[in-house]
Design a protein around this ligand. Structure first.
Ligand SMILES: [Zn+2]
Length: 278
């Protein structure tokens, strides 16, 4: 499932192809993805408009057009934006297409593919609540540690589940949460309201480091999932830091891997240890 780094890469690709470009024609063959609007509305609202900017908050993308119309895109599980000439594009799962023209670059197209159709493509004259209700984006907005600490104090659930609450921070999914908690040496089952200010600061640093690490790995190769994770998907293997066997638990319905030795619940024990240099 796409997480913040995947969506950021999609944003950069769309920005390169679309910023400043004029949409000559737009089509979408999937009423479900467009709900509550229709394919006819999609074509009518977009044709002739120029794309001003491509923004991202959490796992949502927002294309802003010159008349104020916005296209919100959520990739769901299998959504992907590709240039029309991309070798990976398969016509079968193509759901939408934008034919564009740009001064120096001539004409081109971008396509939206989504085989499982859990994505969304919402055309609106204003920002939608799915966008406005999101918490700060760790990459685009940074993490204000005192606000982050206060948000953690207000919640009682396991810290892992709270990190994945999109109103606390936008864009954190299972992988980033699992890896950042290992970096911060914090047990994923720690009650959120027991994380103190220093713990929140430590976690904020770990989240930012993990996001930048994953972005770097994804831009380097397509098979980045090989060997880039420290605990995610590694239950039963030895912890890279202390050698203890990585364990698995389920938090808020999601499988979570963690090291039972070097990820601790007690803030005192946590602050006695130095943060991971990785
Ligand atoms: Zn360990």
């Amino acid at each position: 499932m796409p997480e913040l780094p995947d969506v950021e890469i999609a944003r950069r690709r769309l920005e390169r192809s679309l910023a400043g470009a004029t949409i000559r024609a737009a089509s979408c063959n999937d009423r479900w993805l467009l709900r509550p609007r229709s394919p006819a509305h999609f074509s009518r609202a977009l044709a002739g408009r120029t794309v001003r900017s491509v923004a991202r908050r959490g796992k949502w993308l927002r294309l802003l057009l010159d008349d104020g119309t916005r296209i919100f895109s959520h990739l769901g599980m299998t959504g992907e934006w590709l240039n029309a000439d991309d070798a990976r594009s398969e016509a079968r799962s193509e759901r939408a297409r934008l034919d564009v023209a740009r001064d120096k670059h001539g004409a081109s197209s971008v396509r939206y593919l989504d085989s499982r159709r859990f994505g969304r493509l919402v055309v609106s004259e204003r920002d939608i609540t799915e966008w406005t209700e999101l918490g700060p984006d760790p990459l685009a907005d940074g993490i204000d540690v005192s606000r982050f600490a206060a948000a953690l104090q207000r919640r009682r659930g396991a810290i892992k589940a709270v990190l994945m609450d999109q109103t606390v921070l936008a864009g954190i999914g299972n992988i980033i949460a699992t890896e950042a908690l290992w970096r911060a040496r914090m047990d994923p089952r720690t009650p959120s309201n027991r994380v103190d200010g220093a713990g929140a600061a430590r976690l904020a640093r770990a989240l930012k480091a993990e996001i930048l690490h994953e972005l770097r790995m994804r831009t380097r190769s397509d098979d980045y999932r090989q060997n880039v994770f420290s605990v995610y998907g590694r239950a039963g293997e030895a912890c890279k830091r202390c050698g203890t066997t990585i364990q698995r638990t389920v938090i808020a319905g999601r499988t979570t891997a963690f090291c039972p030795r070097c990820q601790v619940r007690s803030m005192k024990a946590l602050h006695r240890r130095r943060p991971s240099s990785r």
